[in-house]
Each structure stands twice: as structure tokens, then as C-alpha cells.
Design a protein around this ligand. Structure first.
Ligand SMILES: O=C(O)CCC(=O)C(=O)O
Ligand SMILES: [Fe+2]
Length: 393
């Protein structure tokens, strides 16, 4: 940034403020209206605006430049209403290219090096940031060395963000309850790849499972990068992708004893500006689509193809969680499942949810402070190269 600011110059060209960085960085062209609207010198320390936006929109605060001077620290603009605004070079450079942690879409080869952290490392000053950075890049991370104490997940969850209380409580137990089970999760049966709580709006962005004890055989946890599977679907069958991204699917959870009927509709593949933003997939809580849907059979064939891909070994990683291990993942991206295990085995996990925006906030704040987060990925270049396939990979 400092290098950029050294030779930077601003000038008025064709009604726009043109910033030439005097380097290979592309010239920025900013509309005066945008500059007045986002004037950082009329903002509080935490960048909350000190004036009403409507005053710029209706012209009460002018966005006509009468004078512009470039200095060594930034640009000063004098407006036709007599006001002055000041734009620091660093601030301007940040507007040009929002920094973000690049998402890496992974497949089954990710198994060769998964993002594990020791709990002791997580507890250091940069440990939480490292975990959140893994979650942004891969949507998945693991901690080990937590011990197997009941309720530990509550403490760890609240160290990462804030536990989201749902109809299952703040934390919930996952064990085989046999015939008393109210949910497939509370049996010893296999569970295919899914996202949790698809029937909630807002849905919990992050899910965690902490292993307190495991089955002797079976019960392994399975993860699939739903974004990677969606990319694969698009390549294999564009029509299937169109249907799963274009039709909102209703999801539902009913608990008559507790007067609960949660309902939400969302496409399996939710797009934003053409990019995959969220995956929602759950065979158990998918409510019926309208019987009148014109492409009903084609839609369900697309659903079945997505299901098949998400559960195929080519896209799945398999982890035998041991007591003291915790898996944490983005519930809008990474799908989870489990293998069946023997009835009555002492397998016991505790689960909890967090809001996803807190993870994003931790990472964004570090990037805004100019931290280099790529340092966390030094050991991942080989495994990333193995799954360099999807366009975002
Ligand atoms: O038993 C497991 O490993 C997972 C159960 C499950 O899908 C869940 O609790 O969300
Ligand atoms: Fe689940």
C-alpha cells in the first residue's frame, strides 16, 4: 500500500476523479457522487456516516467538485457547497480491491490434508483467526485436544462466536435413542449428506460436533463440499443445475408436542450474481413441491443426481472423530453425514450452531488491518492442486 501511495496522483477527467497510482495498479475512476456519499472524513471512528445519505442524493450536500488537490497522504476535494472532504490514499486503495480469502472448492482428495488445529494452538492470539480463515477457504475445520467433557462445545463455540439457541437448545446430544428417537440423527442409522436446519430462516450458518465417545466400529463422519458438487452438476447436466438453482424447495420440521412447525423455502443451489452462495439439501425435511410444477420429474431427477454426487466417494472426506475432537463447518456450504454404527454403541457427540457472519467478521477485520492470511495455507498448496477443477478452485 505504501508503495502505491508514493507515486499516486488524482485528477479530474471527464467529470470523474481519476486516481493514477503511478504503478502497474489499474487507474481508478470514481464518480464525485460516490465520493461525497462515502466521505470518510464525515464518518465516526467505526465508519458510521455522520450525515443522511438523502442529503447527497437530493443535492443538499453537493457532489460537484470545485477544486481537487493531491498530496503525499491523499486527495482533498472542495465541493461547490463550500465543504471539503479528505480521502487518504490507503482508504482509496482499499475501495479498489476488496480483499477476501479466496474460497477453495475441494473434493475427496482433500482427505490427504485436512485443516486440523490443536486446541492449544486455537487458544493463542491468532488461533481463532486461523480457524475462521480455514472456514472461509474450505468451509470446514477441525480441533483436537478439547477433552471429552460434557458442555465443552458451549465454551468453545462462545470463544469462536456466539452459540445460536435453536429448538434443540443451545447444545444438543447426538446418541442412539433407539425406538424413542424423534430424528434420524438420534438413531444408529446411516445419514446421507445434508445441511442442517434447512427449515429455518435465518438458518444457522455454522455447525459444530464435538466427540465425547465413539463407536468401536462405524459411525464415521462424512463431509462433502456442496459448492464443489454444484459445480460438478453444472458441468454434467446444465438443466439439472438450472432446476436446482431456479426452484425454491420447501423444507419443514414439525414437533406437535412442542407446538413447533418451522418452514422455509430455498433453492438447493442458491445463486447470487451468478455465484453459488448457499447449498440447502436435506432428504428428511424436504416438504412436497407443488404437484403442479411443470418440470416435476426432471426436478426430482436433478435432486437425485445431486444426492448421488454428494454421497460419492469422489467428493467425500471421511473422519473417525475421536473423543476430544471437534468438527466445525459452514452449514450453507459443506454437507455432512455419518456411517451407520452398531446398536447401543457408546457413541456420543454434542452439537451446536453459530451464526456465520461472526466468522466472516473476524476474517474481514484482520484483512482490513492488512494481515496476511495466506500464511495459514503454506502447507495446503499440494492438496489444493489435487482438486483444481471447479472455476472457483
Ligand atoms: O451423528 C452424526 O455424526 C451426525 C448427526 C447429524 O447429522 C447432526 O447431528 O446434525
Ligand atoms: Fe445433521
Amino acid at each position: 500500500m505504501e508503495g502505491l501511495a508514493k507515486f499516486a496522483r488524482a485528477s479530474l477527467k471527464c467529470g470523474k476523479v481519476s486516481i493514477n497510482w503511478g504503478s502497474t495498479a489499474p487507474v481508478m475512476e470514481l464518480k464525485p457522487f460516490w465520493l461525497r456519499l462515502h466521505d470518510p472524513s464525515s464518518s465516526t471512528k467505526n465508519q458510521q456516516r455522520l450525515f443522511e445519505m438523502s442529503k447527497v442524493i437530493d443535492g443538499t450536500l453537493s457532489s460537484e467538485v470545485t477544486n481537487l488537490t493531491s498530496g503525499s497522504d491523499g486527495v482533498c476535494i472542495k465541493w461547490s457547497d463550500g465543504a471539503k472532504s479528505y480521502y487518504d490514499w490507503n482508504w482509496l486503495a482499499k475501495q479498489a480491491k476488496p480483499k477476501e480469502v479466496h474460497q477453495h472448492f475441494w473434493d475427496g482428495s482433500f482427505q490427504q490434508k485436512l485443516p486440523w488445529m490443536e486446541y492449544d494452538a486455537f487458544s493463542t492470539s491468532s488461533g481463532k483467526l486461523q480457524l475462521c480463515t480455514y472456514l472461509q477457504r474450505y468451509g470446514l475445520a477441525f480441533l483436537r485436544g478439547l477433552g471429552a467433557g460434557e458442555g465443552t462445545i458451549r465454551k468453545v463455540g462462545n470463544e469462536i462466536g456466539h452459540i445460536r439457541v435453536t429448538n434443540y437448545g443451545d447444545i444438543f446430544d447426538v446418541k442412539d435413542e433407539g425406538v424413542n428417537a424423534t430424528n434420524l440423527a438420534f438413531t444408529n442409522q446411516r445419514i446421507s449428506a445434508h445441511t442442517d436446519n434447512p427449515y429455518r430462516d435465518p438458518f444457522p450458518g455454522i455447525q459444530m460436533l464435538h466427540c465425547l465417545s465413539c463407536a468401536e466400529a462405524g459411525g464415521a463422519t462424512l463431509f462433502t463440499d456442496g459448492f464443489r458438487v454444484a459445480e460438478e452438476l453444472k458441468t454434467l447436466d446444465g438443466d439439472a443445475f438450472r432446476l436446482l438453482s431456479g426452484i425454491s424447495h420447501p423444507f419443514e420440521y414439525r414437533d406437535p408436542d412442542a407446538a413447533v412447525l418451522l418452514q422455509a423455502s430455498v433453492p438447493v443451489i442458491k445463486l447470487q450474481n451468478g455465484n453459488i452462495q448457499r447449498i440447502t439439501f436435506n432428504n428428511r425435511s424436504a416438504a412436497p413441491l407443488s404437484p403442479e410444477l411443470p418440470e416435476l420429474e426432471a426436478y426430482y431427477r436433478a435432486w437425485a443426481l445431486f444426492d448421488r454426487l454428494a454421497n460419492s466417494g469422489a467428493f467425500t472426506v471421511r473422519i473417525e472423530l475421536k473423543p476430544g475432537d471437534l468438527a466445525i463447518w459452514s452449514n450453507g456450504r459443506v454437507m455432512h453425514g455419518r456411517e451407520a454404527y452398531e446398536r447401543g454403541a457408546p457413541r456420543h457427540l454434542q452439537g451446536a450452531y453459530l451464526d456465520g457472519d461472526e466468522i466472516n467478521s473476524t476474517v474481514a477485520a484482520a484483512l482490513a488491518d492488512g494481515e496476511d492470511l495466506e500464511k495459514f495455507f503454506c502447507d495446503f498448496s499440494e492438496v489444493e492442486a489435487l482438486s483444481l477443477t471447479g472455476k472457483n478452485a
